[in-house]
Design a protein around this ligand. Structure first.
Ligand code: PLP
Length: 398
């Protein structure tokens, strides 16, 4: 492509019309919501739509049990509590994740310990092994971008060291590792139904497991310490009200019927982008383990090559791309660098103890770029525009 004047320099942008809006909804959402309104059963103590959503969700994730809760953050806290994690215990997790993975542990007084990611931005099992201490109680694998972490290795490590293995699958609805749905590959798995996620009921969360005892424990914690078939004021343990509502379940059920079709569209777009971006010098799509048999594509991630990093400042690259109408974003700051997280760890253990995570830090500072899931719901023409925009901006540096 010939060198064109960039939009930031007064040239015309590659793209002027918007990418698909999110959420996508229709008559089904309206019908189910209206049913719920008219039933007068709006909360979470008489599960009707909640029950059918939980059954369908468990099925989608190849799990025996699914319990809905009010968001994806508390889903992680509850999973940790159900697994027996207590205040002062260490929980190994990747630094490259939404802050909720760490704050969910901090909420119950547990200490996040960061094990660096690999080049796919997924927790590196070798770093997990290196981070284990006598205080370690659990590992949280985060399926970032919708890509399952290496659950085969992580299960072996958890078993050898007698640790609980929890999957933060907030971004990975319907993703599969070796043809098995994520969530119940470890002991417990958690999902988020927050507005930006691939399956959205405004707010909400789900915890899945194949272990009946853990599932009962989760149910009890999320329902004020009650037990199933117990009396209303019979509280057998400390629990809280973390219930989902029938109103949210109406939306979740309707949106669930759209998940698999949307997933196919996102995968088609991701494949298309992979092919197009491989042809552009200076960048490459993030590569994944072939045992990921279904990627949820909550994010599409690509990187600036190591040898162009000296010439291209990531922020400048993003600014130029955004001016071309391409909605690329910078992504997370690794949590081992977050002052609030470090400060809370210091309060709990008396020192600011965090590991260096050079792979996550380099990716975040210099290499990694994101496109969000709604962009992937666009057409082939949309993907072409994205590739053309990236190509145009890359050319400007050469
Ligand atoms: C969104 C998200 C959460 C938190 O879910 P909420 O429903 O927003 O509380 C946790 N972990 C990851 C990786 C997420 O993307």
């Amino acid at each position: 492509m010939q060198k064109l004047r960039l939009a930031v320099d007064g040239g015309s942008p590659v793209r002027t019309h918007p990418f698909p809006e999110w959420p996508i909804f229709g008559e089904l959402e309206e019908k189910l919501l209206l049913e719920t309104v008219r039933s007068g059963n709006w909360g979470g103590v008489n599960p009707d739509k909640i029950k059918s959503f939980e059954e369908k969700f468990a099925c989608l994730q190849d799990a025996k049990y699914a319990i809905t809760v009010n968001n994806g953050t508390v889903a992680i806290s509850i999973a940790l509590l159900a697994a027996g994690v207590d205040a002062g215990d260490e929980v190994i997790m990747p630094p490259y994740t939404f802050i909720a993975t760490a704050t969910a542990a901090l909420l119950i007084g547990a200490i996040p310990v960061f094990a660096d990611v690999d080049e796919s931005m997924l927790i590196d099992p070798d770093k997990v092994e290196a981070a284990i201490t006598p205080a370690t109680k659990a590992i949280i694998a985060v399926h970032i971008a919708g890509a399952p972490a290496n659950m085969t290795r992580l299960r072996e490590i958890a078993k050898t060291h007698k640790l609980s293995l929890i999957e933060d699958a907030a971004q990975a609805v319907a993703a599969k590792w070796e043809d098995q749905g994520v969530g119940a590959l470890g002991d417990l798995g958690t999902f988020s139904l927050q507005s930006s996620k691939n399956l959205n009921s405004g707010e909400g969360g789900v915890i899945v497991s194949n272990d009946e005892e853990l599932a009962e424990h989760v149910w009890s914690i999320h329902n004020c310490g009650r037990i199933r078939n117990g009396k209303w004021y019979q509280h057998e343990r400390i629990g809280w009200n973390f219930r989902f509502s029938e109103v949210q379940a109406a939306l979740a059920l309707a949106q669930l019927s759209r998940v698999e079709e949307q997933m196919e569209i996102r995968q088609r777009s991701a494949n298309d982008l992979d092919e197009r971006l491989r042809l552009i010098e200076g960048i490459h799509p993030v590569k994944y383990d072939s045992r990921i048999t279904k990627h949820a594509n909550h994010l599409y991630m690509f990187k600036l090559d190591r040898d162009v990093m000296d010439n291209i400042v990531k922020e400048d690259f993003i600014r130029k791309l955004n001016a071309e109408g391409i909605p690329v974003t910078a992504g997370y700051v690794p949590l081992n660098k977050n002052a609030a997280v470090i400060d809370r760890i210091r309060k709990l253990v008396g020192e600011a103890k965090t590991n260096n995570c050079p792979v996550a830090e380099r990716a975040s500072d210099h290499e990694l770029l994101w496109l969000h899931q709604n962009v992937l719901l666009g057409s082939e023409r949309d993907m072409e525009d994205i590739a053309n925009g990236i190509d145009k901006v890359m050319q400007s540096y050469l």
